[in-house]
Every structure is written in C-alpha cells, then in structure tokens.
Write a protein that binds this ligand. Structure first.
Ligand code: GDP
Ligand code: MN
Length: 380
C-alpha cells in the first residue's frame, strides 16, 4: 500500500525526519486560506499515489492568493496520469540550494534492503546530469544489524558530503532506514532532500510504500487501507475476509484460492463477462461462503454464478453448506454452477446438488464453464 505524500510527511516527522508543515485543501478557497496561514509563496501539490507529479503539472508554485486559487483549480480539474485529484497539499515554498536523493528499498534479488544516496536528486535527472554529474551510491544493509549511524555516515561521506552536511544527512538516512523497518516498508524515499541556503535539510517529498502482508501489525494503517478501498463491494469483501475485485460483467465468480480465481476469471471471460474476481483464501467455513454469496449478489443484474472450489486445507463441504443455506433462504432466481475437486469432493457434490446447484461433471474449469455456457444458451 502506498501512502500519500502528506501521510508520509506525518510519518517522517514522527520519526524525526525534518519535513515541511503543510495544510490540505479540497478546493481553491481552502487552498487560499491555507496559503495565508502558511505565508506566501507556497507550493501546491496534487495528492495522488502516482509519482512524477512535478513533470506532469501536479506541483505548482504560487506567489499571490489569486495564483493559489488558479493553480489549485487547475490541479484539481483533471486527473494526473489517470488518477483523479481530490486534494492538494499546501506548503510554504522552501529555497533550495541543492537537491539530494535518499532511499531505502527491498532488493528482491539479493534479498536485503539497500540504502541509496544520490547527489543528483531533483525533478529531472537529465538536467541534473548536465549540470553536475552526481554520484549514486548504494549499499546492502544486513537485516540483523540494520543501518548504524557510523555506516550511514560512511555512505554519505562516500557520496562527497562533509562536515555539518555529512552529519545532518547521515542522521536523516539513519532515521529513514529506521522508519523503513518500523513500518515494514518496501520503499522509503526522500526525493528531493533539499539543502536550504541556511545549510539545513528538509524532506520536500515523502514516498512510503508498506508491505500489505504486514498490515496486521500496523492497526493504525489497516483503517487507512480500508479507506483506500473506495468500491463498497471491495471494502465489504475485506471486512468479511475475502478478496473481491469488481469487474464489468454479469457472471459472479467465487474461487477458493487466488490462482484458481484468476484462472476462473480468464476462462469465464472466454465465453462471458465476469462480474467480479473473488477468492476466499484458506479459511472456508459455511458462514464465510454464506456471506460471500451475499456479497457477490449485491451486484445487480447477475446472470449466473460460477463457483470453483478446491479442497486442500479448505473444508469445501462446509462451504457448500453455506452456499446452499443462502440459496434456500433467498430463493435465487439465477442458476448457480459449481466445480469442486479435492478433499471431500463427493460430500460437497451431494450437498450442492441437493441444494439446487448445477455441479459440473467435468474435472477441468474449461469443461465446467463450457457446461455453463451450453446451459445458458439453451435457456435463451
Ligand atoms: P514528484 O515530482 O511527484 O516527485 O513531486 P515532488 O514533491 O518531488 O516535487 C517535484 C519538484 O518540485 C521537486 O523535485 C522540487 O524540485 C520542486 N519542489 C517541491 N517543493 C518545493 C519547494 O518547497 N521549493 C522549491 N523551490 N521547489 C520545490
Ligand atoms: Mn519527488
């Protein structure tokens, strides 16, 4: 999960990384008020999850209240690289003397975090390399010891910084690594880290991407994740513990695993338009499948449901009871098809058949979907 810049800014400041004060605004008048509180000139920045906002017009400097309104209006008016802009962040414009890049990220190839410092930071790498060819230095960090302050210093010194610059930037890199670990991040990045004419440093951008599989350890971020799931059905799915992705079609899909679910969506798409992707994960119970049926049927206009179950660790016979109970209580008017294989498959078939589900006789998903296609075409 990527955090918005302002969320990253909050985290940075909590963790001792100097970052500018900001105010958020959702319309030009609010931005104007924010600018008058912070003091002009200001920088107005689109709050979107895609990077490269500067080059795409999502970062603008405004020197008068009217400019603040005009820039905010322009930024909010159109999507930035396809992402709608609902909010801008307003900060006091900082004088930049020099821009650095600091980053910590997981290097999947070596299986370790790497700490990176670049002295050619900024919005345009080409321009920077014309002006002064900066150095980029990176170092794998042993996960057991982490990045110590002396090592951070060494890295920063190697990049050519000395004296007060060296100690300030080393302290920031050290905190950036600590933040990366504390938040179970995949990437923690400051680009640019600006040196002001007073010789102090400030993180003028904040990029933090959290590993989703660690969200159970970060209860505060779980609610952020929920808010990100703007589609109400996707949010409902996350609440009951399944992964739901809304699609455009009219065939509802339930699968007992992610790979099986993706294959099912692909194969159904060979004949029809899938209405959703849904995978239950390994925790199937009668209740969960009851709730899952309820979830996919909240989408109006479904023509049929295709259920694809594999009984490994999952008790698919239990799941079948939940499906059938739902169908009995709600008197479904659309046909439900199921392919079920694995542990307790015979029991599962029997429960489903007795409950009125068309259990496909084929053992492959292709055959199962083809049976559904024949059934539905005969129906019309
Ligand atoms: P990104 O393009 O999405 O990475 O957005 P950034 O937040 O990095 O902003 C783009 C560029 O705008 C930065 O690289 C800076 O050069 C510039 N910028 C951002 N904030 C300030 C500021 O306070 N003062 C000045 N002078 N430039 C800024
Ligand atoms: Mn940036």
């Amino acid at each position: 999960m990527r955090l918005y810049e302002f969320e990253g800014n909050d985290v940075f400041r909590q963790e001792g990384i100097p970052a500018p004060d900001y105010l958020l605004a959702t319309d030009p008048a609010e931005a104007r008020a924010a600018a008058s509180k912070l003091g002009l000139p200001v920088v107005i920045k689109a709050q979107v999850l895609t990077g490269g906002r500067g080059l795409a017009g999502g970062v603008q400097v405004a020197s008068t209240p009217d400019e603040v309104e005009a820039s905010t209006k322009r930024i909010l008016a159109a999507p930035l690289k396809g992402e709608p802009v609902h909010r801008v962040m307003v900060t006091r414009k900082v004088e930049i003397e020099r821009e650095l890049y600091l980053g910590v990220m997981v290097d999947g190839f070596i299986g370790l975090p790497v700490a990176i410092i670049g002295t050619a930071g900024g919005v345009s790498v080409e321009k920077a390399s014309q002006e002064h060819a900066g150095a980029t230095i990176s170092r794998p960090v042993p996960i057991t010891t982490g990045l110590t302050l002396p090592e951070a210093r060494k890295l920063v010194a190697e990049a050519g910084l000395a004296g007060a610059d060296e100690s300030q930037v080393a302290a920031i890199l050290h905190s950036l690594y600590a933040t990366f670990r504390k938040y179970d991040a995949l990437i923690a990045e400051i680009n640019p880290l600006a040196r002001t004419p007073q010789g102090t440093y400030l993180a003028l951008d904040a990029k933090l991407e959290i590993d989703d599989s660690s969200l159970f350890r970060h209860t505060d971020l779980q609610s952020t994740k929920m808010e990100r799931l703007l589609n109400p059905l996707e949010r409902k799915g996350a609440e009951i513990g399944v992964t739901y992705v809304d699609l455009d079609g009219d065939i509802g899909i339930i699968a007992s695993g992610a790979g099986l679910g993706m294959a099912t969506v692909d194969i159904v798409a060979g004949h029809f338009q899938p209405a959703n992707f849904l995978e239950t994960g390994g925790g199937i119970t009668a209740d969960l499948l009851y709730q899952t049926m309820d979830l996919i049927l909240q989408k109006k206009g479904l023509r049929a449901i295709f259920i694809n179950l594999y009984g490994g660790i999952n008790r698919i016979d239990e799941g079948a009871k939940g499906i059938v109970r739902y169908m009995q209580e709600h008197r479904l008017r659309i046909p439900v098809f199921a392919k079920a294989l694995g542990n307790k498959q015979e029991e599962t078939w029997e429960i489903l058949r007795e409950g009125g589900v068309h259990v496909t006789s084929g053992v492959s998903t292709e055959e199962g979907v083809a049976e559904m296609a024949r059934f539905l075409s005969g129906e019309r």
